[in-house]
Design a protein around this ligand. Structure first.
Ligand code: GTP
Ligand code: MG
Length: 205
């Protein structure tokens, strides 16, 4: 039941258009076409929630989804909870101006958003991390923001190859990085329960 009942709230072109910065939210980040929107749909158990596409650069907004409010201790009001689908980064065909815009807005989002509890970084398990992924990990390392890395599209590898890729990835993390990583596949459902638990945990920190 974790992360069920998510609903689309709005799509924002700027950070200040996002829902009020209250409660707790987790952002889904990654390169264009990595599988962010698909992961979001898999985790919420809602296929058509976030729009996915074969064409990279599909998500060109920050899209906010509301989760049912988190019940807290007795006498405390329930806490608003959200998931944010960030625009894909690093797609060459997106005009330079738009790329610069999103670089600035993602940066502003990460630095200013008080309700941000953690980042789910989504990367294709078949490829080494790219510049954007490294920047995101560096940012989390520098600020102490928790990060959970989903090595997705694991259905494209054997189980053994996937385990090896995960082990190599963990080894490459610098000491002191607040990051966890796992094998994931939106299409095969691999690692969905583990990821749900991790995201729910982030929302509660
Ligand atoms: P942008 O919004 O363009 O940045 O892309 P995104 O990161 O949201 O990726 P999206 O979820 O739209 O998926 C991109 C493509 O990868 C689509 O064709 C998906 O069907 C495919 N895809 C996503 N996840 C998986 C997966 O786990 N396995 C496989 N085989 N394909 C996947
Ligand atoms: Mg997308």
């Amino acid at each position: 039941r974790l992360l069920q009942g998510a609903q689309f709230v709005l799509a924002a072109h700027r950070v200040n258009q996002l829902p009020a910065d209250l409660g707790a939210e987790v952002a889904f980040a990654g390169r264009s076409n990595a599988g962010k929107s698909s992961a979001l749909n898999a985790l919420t158990g809602h296929k058509g929630l976030a729009r996915t596409s074969k064409t990279p650069g599909r998500t060109q907004q920050m899209v906010a989804f509301a989760l049912p409010p988190l019940v807290q201790g007795e006498g405390e009001p329930p806490l608003a909870a959200r998931l944010i689908d960030l625009p894909g980064y690093g797609y060459a065909k997106v005009p330079e101006e738009l790329r610069a815009h999103w670089k600035q807005e993602i940066d502003a989002y990460l630095h200013r958003r008080q309700s941000l509890r953690g980042v789910v970084l989504i990367a294709d398990i078949r490829h080494p991390l790219k510049e954007f992924d490294r920047m995101m990990l560096d940012f989390c390392f520098a600020t102490g923001l928790p990060c959970h890395l989903l090595l997705t599209k694991a259905d494209k590898l054997s189980r053994n190859q996937a385990a090896q890729a995960l082990a190599a990835m963990r080894k490459s993390f610098p000491d002191g990085l607040h990051a966890t990583a796992q094998v994931f596949s939106s299409s095969a459902g691999t690692g969905v329960d583990e990821a749900r638990e991790r995201v729910a945990e982030l929302l509660r920190t």
